[in-house]
Design a protein around this ligand. Structure first.
Ligand code: TYD
Length: 216
């Protein structure tokens, strides 16, 4: 389980490109804000000026998988230190569009980069001190959709970045990567079937939050 400093609550959203997670962010933010809590909505890579600069590079500049992994974790470190930890410490709800599961899914499963190295970086970036629990989301809403469906949704939407431009096979591996992370931490992950109509997707998101007693 994720470590929750203060009374904060850390929620992440994950899924392959085109899974539809972004279209529910506004509604999630509104529902959580309606409970009277401060909600900090943020994203990865990104969430601070430094991390947003790294995001532009990661999404657009050609680089090898090690460089890519180091940059997403460098961005994450800055984000954790500057935004996430302070927000959790003051009791806010952090609503984060992607976190470390994306690195295991995209750089690990998708690019085939060494999972042991990723685990080491995860520890460096998300562990406060030796022996302490890793900072992880308390809930990860995993929008799961078949790569073919996601590709259809993305088609013609805008100029694809380095990830969106990948072939269907890449997204099959990324999806498998998410499935493995979910199997390792079934209590943290809520799998949302993203292949159904929008209202039915929303109902699953609401149920996941309701189940935990996080809505009014
Ligand atoms: P995304 O979250 O889909 O934002 P947008 O909706 O604006 O496209 O884009 C971020 C991309 O970065 C996405 O393709 C996944 C990728 N990514 C990684 O490869 N590794 C990571 O650790 C993170 C956080 C994201």
């Amino acid at each position: 389980m994720g470590q929750q400093p203060g009374q904060g609550r850390f929620i992440s959203l994950e899924g392959i490109d085109g899974a539809g997670k972004s279209s529910h962010l506004d509604a999630i933010e509104q529902r959580l804000t309606a409970t009277g809590r401060e909600v900090v909505r943020t994203r990865e890579p990104g969430g601070t000026p430094l991390a947003e600069s790294l995001r532009a590079l990661v999404l657009n500049a050609p680089m090898d998988p090690l460089t890519e992994s180091l940059l997403v974790f460098a961005a994450r470190r800055d984000h954790v230190v500057q935004v996430i930890q302070p927000a959790l410490a003051r009791g806010a709800v952090v609503l984060c569009d992607r976190f470390t599961d994306a690195t295991f899914a995209y750089q690990g499963a998708g690019r085939g980069f060494d999972l042991d190295v990723l685990q080491t970086l995860e520890r460096w970036v998300q562990q406060q001190e030796a022996g302490a629990a890793l900072l992880q989301p308390e809930l990860t809403l995993w929008f799961d959709v078949a790569p073919e469906v996601a590709a259809e949704r993305l088609a013609g939407a805008r100029l694809p970045d380095r990830f969106e431009a990948q072939p269907a096979e890449f997204f099959r591996r990324v999806r498998d990567g998410y499935a493995r992370r979910a199997a390792q931490e079934p209590d943290r992950f809520a799998r949302i079937d993203g292949g159904v109509r929008r209202e039915a997707v929303w109902a699953q998101v609401e149920a996941a939050l309701q189940e935990r007693g996080w809505l009014n």
